[in-house]
Design a protein around this ligand. Structure first.
Ligand code: TYD
Ligand code: MG
Length: 454
């Protein structure tokens, strides 16, 4: 029987039976391309009829040693990896072009090499000379990292098979070309085939591989999402253009917690670790300012303070604007609805702008109360004292719900000189010295007693 052609979205990886201009799964335009199968398979016979090898089954209780890890010494990276790089693991590092992936990995490669690891850096994007120039700029030219500028995967794997390094960095997966697949480098089939080969090599030879994948907006090149399922760990390197801060975020990790973040700063001499991110994400806060509220959040395993800023102004348009940066727009809509329906504070006819300072992104529901306070503070032109932090989840009824790790949130705030906190009613009174707590169980009380709004 002739093989049915199959079509794949280069953005989200969804499979379609026919080509169309827009992917129904993710809504991207011009992202669907025809794809050739990864391999033709072992034979035409159904798998159930052909005889295979008998597998050895093991018990759940079988004891294994914990995976061996190597520390790079870059704390922000080691923590995101779950405590160092696991032997023979496959890691995908995604991010926008130009965000600093090559810089981060060259710096990490140099640190691993200096710790005695055998490291090979393969670039399909830059010539070896360019990488050496970058290394000089970063002050890493003496590091024993081996370089190759190549895109032919067969040649790369042959070389690696001979030298058997402990860590290989592939920059980037979109430039790699596996000659077993006849489509252009960067297409979904090429990216998947190349990633499959690299991951198989890693597992077979006990080499760790870190694969760079550019996040792409156009459909011509496949993004990292099409290979996320093949690797052990998926990291994304993010940052706002115009800000020097970069956040390394784990979104999947078979060897550690997901959702852990590492914070870096892009300087003239490469990426520097940020040891105290809370201080960094708070803009100048000497004077109380209406619309500005400090949220005490948890990112992965760490507490982190961020400043949430709101601006509320009469709208000149028939439809009022809602502009959000660094928070979820749906969440803002929900909080506005709760303020209106449960507390009688209307926002109709008012433009609302909401922003997290410093280019940080906040995903926690625990930020609800801080967002509501920022909105109220901006609307009523009533600033909270500059030494106040806020956290708590708001339910649709307008009740405030307790959140996890209240004590850690308060401790971090206290460490940075904050003296008071607005929180939901806490089940266990945290032991934090010198912090005055204002515990409330519903949003109406916050509206009336703290902001005196009508
Ligand atoms: P790069 O690592 O090449 O990004 P990616 O691999 O994700 O595409 O980073 C490129 C940007 O980083 C570029 O705009 C210049 C900037 N940069 C610095 O600011 N300082 C430095 O020391 C280096 C090496 C790069
Ligand atoms: Mg690069």
């Amino acid at each position: 029987m002739a093989k049915q052609p199959s079509f794949k979205c280069t953005e989200c990886g969804a499979t379609h039976t026919k080509w169309s201009g827009r992917c129904e799964a993710c809504g991207a335009w011009n992202s669907i391309i025809e794809e050739t199968p990864l391999s033709s398979g072992p034979g035409k016979k159904s798998l159930g009829n052909a005889r295979g090898r008998t597998l050895e089954l093991s018990d759940l209780s079988t004891k294994d040693d914990p995976p061996k890890r190597t520390i790079s010494g870059v704390n922000e990276l080691d923590r995101v990896l779950g405590g160092g790089l696991v032997d023979a693991s496959a890691i995908l590092l995604g991010g926008d072009p130009g965000i600093g992936k090559s810089t981060l990995l060259l710096q990490a490669a140099a640190r691993f090499a200096r710790n005695g690891m055998d490291v090979v850096y393969v670039s399909g994007e830059e010539a070896s000379q360019q990488i050496r120039m970058r290394a000089q700029r970063l002050g890493l030219e003496e590091s024993p990292v081996k370089l190759a500028a190549e895109t032919n995967l067969r040649d790369i794997l042959t070389t690696l098979d001979k030298s058997r390094p402990e860590l290989v960095i592939i920059d980037s997966i979109q430039t790699m070309w596996a000659d077993s697949v006849d489509s252009a480098p960067g297409s979904v089939s090429q990216v998947r085939a190349a990633c499959h080969e690299l991951v198989t090599f890693a597992k077979k030879r006990g080499t760790s591989v870190i694969i760079v994948g550019h996040v792409t907006k156009e459909g011509a090149i496949a993004g990292p999402r099409v290979v996320e399922h093949m690797v052990d760990t998926v990291l994304y390197f993010e940052g706002e253009r115009g800000h020097q801060f970069r956040i390394l975020r784990a979104v999947k990790n078979r060897f550690g917690p997901a959702d852990e973040i590492g914070v870096f700063e892009m300087t003239g001499r490469g990426l520097a670790e940020v040891k105290n991110p809370s201080a960094l994400f708070l803009s100048d806060r000497d004077r109380p300012a209406p619309g500005s509220v400090v949220f005490s959040g948890i990112e992965g395993t760490r507490p982190m303070l961020t400043e949430i800023q709101a601006l509320v102004a009469p709208s000149p348009h028939s439809q009022a604007r809602r502009t959000v940066v660094g928070l979820d727009g749906q969440r803002l809509a929900t909080i506005l609805a709760v303020l209106e329906a449960r507390c009688g504070i209307p926002f109709a006819g008012l433009d609302v702008y909401l922003n997290v300072a410093g280019g940080m992104r906040v995903n926690e529901p625990a930020a609800d109360l801080a967002v509501a306070c920022a909105l109220l503070s901006a609307r009523e032109d009533h600033a909270l004292p500059a030494d106040t932090v806020v956290f708590g989840e708001i339910s649709l009824s307008g009740a405030l719900r307790a959140v996890t790790q209240a004590e850690n949130r308060l401790k971090e705030a206290s460490k940075l000189g904050f003296a008071s906190a607005i929180t939901p009613v806490l089940k266990k009174l945290p032991k934090v010295d010198g912090m005055s707590l204002r515990q409330t169980d519903d949003l109406v009380t916050v509206v009336n007693e703290i902001f005196g709004a009508e």
